[in-house]
Ligand binder design. Structure first.
Ligand SMILES: C/C(=C\CNc1ncnc2c1ncn2[C@@H]1O[C@H](COP(=O)(O)O)[C@@H](O)[C@H]1O)CO
Length: 241
C-alpha cells in the first residue's frame, strides 16, 4: 500500500535503487528478526481473533466449563465434570473447555458421550500439549487473552469446577466482566462446595467487610454440587435471553 499526497504522480518504482515491492518480497532473503517484532505479532493476534470468531460463530448456545488441568480421572471432581458436561449437552448446550486434561477432559467426555458438541480451545504451552480425546471440535490458540475472549463471547454462562491458578483467573475475569456490566445475564456456577467455600468465606470476611466488593457481587455466584440445579439455572438464563 502506498500513501499519496497532493497531486504528485504515483511512483512506479518503490525505491531509488529501482527495485519493486514484488522483487523485495520474492527475490531477496534478509534477516528474519522482524517476524518476532510487536507490529508483526499484532497481525498474528488479529489472525487468531478472526479465525476464532469465524470458527465459533455458528456453535449455538454454549456453556464454558473450567477446572484444574491436574484433576485425575476417577476423582470426585472429575466425575462431577463428566456429569455436568453430559447434562449440559442433553439440555442442548455446546460445552466449551480449555481442551486440556483433568477437569477439562471430564467435561468434554461427558458432552461427547452424551452426543453433544464438545469444544476444546487449546493453548500453546512451554511443554507439548494436545487436545484431550473427547474434543469433537478444537482450536489451538497462541495467546491466552485471545482464547479467553472466546470463552466469554461464545458462552452464556460459566461452570467452574475445583481448580488452581488458571481456573481462578478465568473465574475472576468473568466476575469482573459481570460486575462492570461488560456481560449481562451470565450465570457463574461454582461446583465443588467443599473446594470453594473457603474462598467465598474469605471474600465475605475480607473483601466485603472492607467494602471492596458489594453483596451483589457475591450474589452473582451460585455454589452447588447439584448438576440439575446447574442445568436449570443455565436453561432459565437461556430462555430469558
Ligand atoms: C498441567 C498440564 C497441562 C496443562 N494444560 C492445559 N491445557 C489447556 N488449558 C489449560 C491448561 N492448563 C491450564 N489451562 C487453563 O487454565 C485452567 C486450568 O488451570 P489450573 O491452574 O489447572 O486450575 C483451565 O480451565 C484452562 O483453561 C499437564 O498435565
Amino acid at each position: 500500500m502506498t500513501k499519496r499526497s497532493g497531486s504528485s504522480p504515483r511512483p512506479t518504482a518503490g525505491r531509488p535503487d529501482g527495485s519493486t515491492n514484488d522483487q523485495r518480497l520474492l527475490d531477496t532473503r534478509g534477516p528474519s528478526d522482524w517476524v518476532h517484532t510487536d507490529p508483526w505479532r499484532v497481525l498474528k493476534i488479529q489472525a487468531e481473533f478472526v479465525e476464532g470468531f469465524n470458527d465459533l460463530a455458528e456453535i449455538g448456545p454454549a456453556i464454558s466449563v473450567f477446572g484444574s488441568a491436574r484433576t485425575p480421572a476417577g476423582h470426585r471432581s472429575y466425575e462431577m465434570g463428566v456429569k455436568v458436561g453430559a447434562a449440559l449437552a442433553q439440555a442442548g448446550f455446546a460445552v466449551i473447555t480449555g481442551g486440556g486434561p483433568g477437569a477439562m477432559e471430564a467435561a468434554n467426555k461427558g458432552a461427547a458421550e452424551a452426543g453433544g458438541q464438545s469444544i476444546g480451545l487449546g493453548i500453546e504451552l512451554p511443554w507439548e500439549a494436545s487436545l484431550n480425546p473427547y474434543v469433537t471440535f478444537g482450536l489451538n490458540f497462541r495467546y491466552f487473552f485471545v482464547r479467553k475472549t472466546m470463552f466469554v463471547k461464545y458462552a452464556q454462562g460459566y461452570v467452574v469446577l475445583p481448580g488452581g491458578l488458571g481456573t481462578l483467573d478465568e473465574l475472576f475475569e468473568a466476575m469482573t466482566l459481570v460486575q462492570t456490566q461488560k456481560i449481562t445475564q451470565f450465570p457463574i456456577v461454582l461446583m465443588g462446595v467443599e473446594h470453594w467455600s473457603g474462598l467465598i468465606a474469605w471474600m465475605r470476611q475480607s473483601m466485603l467487610s472492607d467494602a471492596r466488593i458489594k453483596e451483589s457481587d457475591l450474589d452473582m455466584l451460585t455454589l452447588t454440587d447439584d448438576v440439575d440445579e446447574v442445568v436449570d439455572l443455565m436453561v432459565k438464563a437461556r430462555d430469558a435471553r
